[in-house]
Design a protein around this ligand. Structure first.
Ligand SMILES: *[C@@H]1O[C@H](CO)[C@@H](O)[C@H](O)[C@H]1NC(C)=O
Ligand SMILES: *[C@@H]1O[C@H](CO)[C@@H](O)[C@H](O)[C@H]1NC(C)=O
Ligand SMILES: *[C@@H]1O[C@H](CO)[C@@H](O)[C@H](O)[C@H]1NC(C)=O
Length: 311
């Protein structure tokens, strides 16, 4: 028993024993080593004393809906620290250094080696990205931060004229849609009649002409409108607040004249409707009967008139 214990102890002692250090191939002289140490210390102390500095001026960044936002965070003397981007709306931490804490792949931090800037890039910006973001860096004396307000600019479409457009059948419809607050012209402008896109209805007399620019303008023209062209027309452009107008195509004078000439030119007498034919001979007979009873009532003595249906 004692022998076993001794063996175990021996084993443990051998395992714990440190490996004997290999002697350095070339031992530095005392002076060399001291110089190196001093240099290292000076560098470390310097880095320790130089705190990061951050341009804390609040910045406003307007970006068009669907565009790319670049939020800048210029930091000096960051050292080994990292900056964090935070969304102030919900205090959601978006990133730390180059690490992203969001699954939203539209967000990315851009930083090139040696640069002072840590850029939060947001692609395909949406309305919900609107708000203030903050970059932060911790220092020995607290947290430095810079706020960047991202303003999502939403281009707006509007259709010239009133909310309603009245035209007579047979005349042409012309609607003009203007897209404002859109420095980058929209990729497309689509016109809808109720829910249907009609840009390519050339065969049905529909023509769309769009001029892109600082102020994009699109014209919808429909030749010889008919009542079936009535309805809700919407001008919809990429990443733009749409606009709608209600169009009423009335049976105009043209249409009425056409209907009249058609009925007068109709060959042969039209057969009367059955209801009218039945009622026509019946009405005078009923009137005559009523008059007869009234006359009887006046002429006959009251006793006799008592059993007459009029009383
Ligand atoms: C801080 O940033 C603003 C713009 O965000 C700039 O106008 C200003 O010059 C900067 N200040 C310094 C000290 O760099
Ligand atoms: C964005 O937020 C600002 C306030 O921070 C507000 O005034 C503005 O209307 C918002 N814009 C949009 C498109 O939501
Ligand atoms: C017309 O259509 C648009 C888009 O579908 C809709 O937003 C709008 O409310 C409609 N207008 C009317 C008066 O129905």
């Amino acid at each position: 028993m004692a022998a076993l214990l001794a063996l175990l102890l021996l084993g443990a002692a051998r395992g714990d024993a440190p490996a004997s250090p290999a002697p350095p191939a070339v031992a530095p002289t005392e002076a060399e080593g001291e110089a190196a140490w001093r240099e290292l210390w000076a560098g470390a102390l310097d880095a320790l004393h130089r705190e990061p500095s951050l341009n804390s001026t609040r910045e406003d960044v307007p970006v068009q809906l669907g565009g790319v936002a670049f939020l800048h965070c210029p930091v000096r003397d960051l050292g080994e620290r990292g900056i964090s981007w935070v969304r102030r709306r919900d205090w959601h931490i978006i990133s730390s250094g180059l690490f992203m804490y969001t699954n939203d792949e539209r967000f990315q931090v851009l930083h090139s080696e040696g640069s002072d800037d840590w850029i939060l890039q947001i692609k395909y910006v949406q309305k919900r990205d609107n708000g203030t973001y903050e970059c932060q860096v911790s220092t020995g004396s607290g947290v430095l931060s810079r706020q960047v307000a991202l303003h999502i600019v939403v281009p707006e479409a509007f259709i010239l004229g009133a909310d309603e457009h009245h035209v007579d059948a047979g005349s042409d419809i012309s609607l003009v849609c203007i897209i404002e607050k859109s420095p980058v012209p929209p990729q497309y402008v689509f016109w809808y009649h109720n829910a249907r896109m009609i840009n390519y209805d050339a065969a049905r007399g529909v023509a769309v002409r769009t001029e892109r620019g600082g102020k994009t303008q699109s014209t919808l023209a429909i030749r010889r409108a008919a009542p079936r062209h009535s309805g809700n027309y919407t001008c919809r452009a990429a990443d733009t607040e749409p606009a709608s107008i209600l169009v009423y195509v009335s049976e105009g004078s043209d249409k009425m004249a056409a209907t009249l000439s058609r009925s007068s030119a109709a060959p042969g007498p039209r057969p009367p409707r059955p209801a009218a034919r039945a009622a026509a001979p019946l009405l005078p007979a009923l009137l005559l009967g009523a008059l007869l009873l009234l006359a009887l009532d006046l002429l006959l003595p009251t006793g006799l008139a008592a059993w007459l249906p009029l009383r």
